[in-house]
Every structure is written in structure tokens, then in C-alpha cells.
Design a protein around this ligand. Structure first.
Ligand code: PLP
Length: 228
């Protein structure tokens, strides 16, 4: 299972890194699910790479998945898609048709309109996300007890708050990322996701899929909360 650009880190694998992985996949005859849902949200010099296209024969071993949720801000519309070898897609269809209902016809028509319509809004939003990334990372870098890496894609800041473990914040003993997130929710009204869920217990994830005004307000409150 590959996911680049990544949730939660925002990391974007380079073409060279993915080519090296592709060689391993082909030599070991592995199957790959490549989740490329953030493919249009990459910043600076970073480029999203479609894994299945990297080597001849790889498309036979790869199921590429993506959707309308991120590129077109259509999360609630429940539209995603998969591309892969015909036999795998057919088998997925068999399972899916027995297990779940399909997206409603309005969602399907909206996704076709999103994909076939003017793509100018995608670049507008990519630029907006890049500006939000810069705003959030610049402000987080100035906060006490926070170490933030600058992500190259997606819309998350994934930062180290372990320097705060051992503190009491908002009346709560902070011992791990879950208690840090609860304290931030109660004390600053900022909703973060604990890194434990992603195998990174010292970290928390902040989404910047909201307006710059909202982000400034949340970061103001987080700053006051951490400087207490
Ligand atoms: C890496 C990744 N893949 C897939 C999804 C699924 O998005 P949705 O269920 O809205 O289509 C998400 C949503 O957060 C994601 O971060």
C-alpha cells in the first residue's frame, strides 16, 4: 500500500524513490495499491508520480485509487475511483455490488462535471493550500515545544509535540499525543489528531483544509494555550 502525497505527513516520494520501489515490486512479484488521492495538491518543486506508469508490467500489478474528495473538495459526495487490471476491477465490482450501495446519481453526475470541466479551480486551490501550508508551518515553527517539518503535499502539518509531555495543560496531565490533543481541544478549541493513530506517538496532525482566517484564529488560540 503506497500513499504519496501522504496523509498524515504530506511527504511526496520522488520519481527516483518510486522507481527504486517499482524495481523491488517487480522482482518480488508484489501487488500494490497506490492511493494517489492528493495527486493534484503538491507544492514547490515536488511532483506527484503515478506509480503504475513507472515500469512496463507494473500496471498489471498495481491498483491505483483516487477520488474527488481532495482535488475538488467533494468529501461528502462519496466519489472515488480505481484503475487496475481488468480482472481485479471486475472482482472488486462483484464484491462492492453485494456489500454496499453505489454513490447517488447526483454525485456521479457532479464528479463527471468536476473531471470534465475547467480545471482552473484546481490550480487556484493548490496555490491556496500552498499559502496555508506556509502560514501554518511558519506559525507552528515559532511555538514553544513544537517541531514542525514542512510538508511538500496534501493538506496536513504533522508536528512533534513530545517536548510538552510532562506538562499540565488545560488542567490535564499531558503524557502522550492523545492527552495533548484532548488538552488542545478543551483548552484552545483546536481539534488535532493524535499521531498514535499513525504509529508516531510524539506527533499530532493538523489539517489546513479550512480558511486562512480559521487557521489564524486556531493558531492564535494554540499559541496562547502553549505559552501559558
Ligand atoms: C490518503 C487518503 N486516501 C483516501 C481518502 C478517502 O477520502 P474519501 O473517503 O473522502 O474519498 C483519504 C481521506 O482522508 C486520504 O487521506
Amino acid at each position: 500500500m503506497l500513499n504519496s502525497p501522504s496523509n498524515p505527513t504530506g511527504a511526496v516520494y520522488t520519481r527516483g524513490e518510486l522507481e527504486a520501489l517499482a524495481d523491488v515490486v517487480l522482482a518480488a512479484k508484489l501487488g500494490v495499491i497506490s492511493d494517489e488521492i492528493y495527486e493534484k495538491l503538491v507544492f514547490g518543486d515536488a511532483r506527484a508520480t503515478c506509480f503504475a506508469t513507472l515500469r512496463p508490467g507494473l500496471e498489471e500489478r498495481t491498483i491505483t485509487i483516487s477520488g474527488a474528495s481532495k482535488t475538488y473538495a467533494m468529501t461528502g459526495w462519496r466519489m472515488g475511483w480505481a484503475a487496475g487490471p481488468a480482472h481485479a476491477i471486475k472482482a472488486m465490482g462483484n464484491v462492492q455490488s453485494q456489500q454496499t450501495g453505489c454513490p447517488c446519481s447526483i454525485s456521479q453526475a457532479a464528479a463527471v462535471a468536476a473531471l470534465e470541466g475547467d480545471q482552473g479551480c484546481v490550480e487556484t486551490m493548490r496555490r491556496e493550500f500552498e499559502a496555508r501550508r506556509d502560514l501554518v508551518c511558519d506559525r507552528l515553527a515559532r511555538l514553544p515545544g513544537v517541531r514542525c517539518f514542512r510538508p511538500d503535499g496534501a493538506f496536513y502539518a504533522f508536528f512533534d509535540v513530545s517536548a510538552n509531555f510532562g506538562r499540565t495543560l488545560a488542567g490535564r496531565a499531558v503524557t502522550d499525543s492523545t492527552s495533548f490533543c484532548l488538552a488542545a481541544l478543551e483548552g484552545a478549541h483546536v481539534n488535532l489528531v493524535p499521531g498514535d493513530a499513525f504509529g508516531a506517538p510524539g506527533f499530532v496532525r493538523m489539517s489546513y483544509a479550512t480558511s486562512r482566517e480559521q487557521l489564524q484564529g486556531g493558531l492564535d488560540r494554540l499559541e496562547q494555550f502553549l505559552r501559558k
